[in-house]
Design a protein around this ligand. Structure first.
Ligand SMILES: NC(=O)c1ccc[n+]([C@@H]2O[C@H](COP(=O)([O-])OP(=O)(O)OC[C@H]3O[C@@H](n4cnc5c(N)ncnc54)[C@H](OP(=O)(O)O)[C@@H]3O)[C@@H](O)[C@H]2O)c1
Length: 236
């Protein structure tokens, strides 16, 4: 049975990804988010799909780095074996004109979109299984030479760091069996997209993207390492 850690599971793409995992594979899922209500709802829905689904919910704020060791201990206490996957999905979007962005905005964005996946990966390496697949969820906005949008300079810059991190880790660990890949998503219908583009209707639902992420986690490591894959029908 695979042990997979997924961040940002209380709603949106993370929520739907966990549901698709329990539908398709024999997995132990460790689901992290702050909102306990959303996580409990997720666990309930997963158990309705598959009574045997093992969903361990961890309510934690990933920007509280002083608590990262607690998250790791919590995880290790419940983990039987090693970690076979991480989906770095939690994300934070702020839409603001560049000249209005504050230092707090910078901290909030980089804490979740950059530092949390960086630190979590670093701390979890000792419990990686030899064939772990780490999938980071970035954005088309963070891809070099992609179309950019006013008000999203901080979001796109911070998501760009996940792309670079993926490529660096794939190189640094190329002599192990670890695989690091990054999915750069286009528009997916979620709360985050509504915040960025209120009047826009995305061509892809969170459930559809969740399905794609599960497939990519399951098969992508056989064909890709250190790659950034645009998963985009459209950006607004
Ligand atoms: N939707 C799109 O069009 C789109 C496009 C490109 C990329 N993406 C990326 O896809 C990923 C999922 O996005 P989404 O659209 O599903 O967003 P969403 O609906 O806003 O969900 C974001 C998730 O991240 C979690 N999160 C945020 N801050 C956190 C913190 N401090 N600690 C722990 N968890 C935290 C939230 O949980 P809590 O609030 O409960 O903590 C929530 O479950 C993100 O990385 C996003 O950047 C989305």
């Amino acid at each position: 049975m695979k042990n997979i850690l997924i961040t940002g599971c209380s709603r949106g793409i993370g929520f739907e990804t966990v549901k698709r995992f329990t539908n398709t594979l024999d997995v132990n899922i460790f689901a992290i988010s702050r909102n306990l209500k959303g996580l409990k709802k997720l666990k309930k829905e997963c158990n309705q799909i598959n009574k045997k689904a093992n969903i361990h919910i961890i309510s934690a704020d990933l920007s509280e780095f002083s608590l990262v060791n607690n998250i790791i201990s919590d995880l290790k206490a419940q983990l039987n074996g090693k970690l076979d996957g991480i989906i770095h999905n939690a994300g934070y979007l702020i839409k603001k004109d560049f000249n209005k962005l504050s230092f707090k905005d910078l901290n909030d964005s980089f804490n979740i979109n950059c530092f949390a996946p960086f630190i979590l990966t670093q701390k979890l390496i000792p419990i990686f299984s030899k064939n772990i697949h780490v999938v980071s969820i970035s954005s088309m906005g963070g891809v070099q030479n992609s179309q950019k949008f006013p008000g999203l300079s901080l979001y796109s810059t911070s998501k760009g760091t996940l792309i670079t991190l993926t490529q660096c880790l794939a190189e640094e660990y190329k002599n192990t069996g670890f695989k690091f890949n990054c999915l750069a998503l286009g528009a997916v219908q979620t709360e985050m997209l509504n915040k960025a583009f209120p009047d826009y209707k995305a061509p892809v639902s969170a459930a559809e993207m969740g399905e794609f992420i599960v497939n990519f986690y399951s098969h992508g490591a056989q064909y890709f390492n250190g790659q950034v894959i645009p998963v985009s029908m459209a950006t607004p």
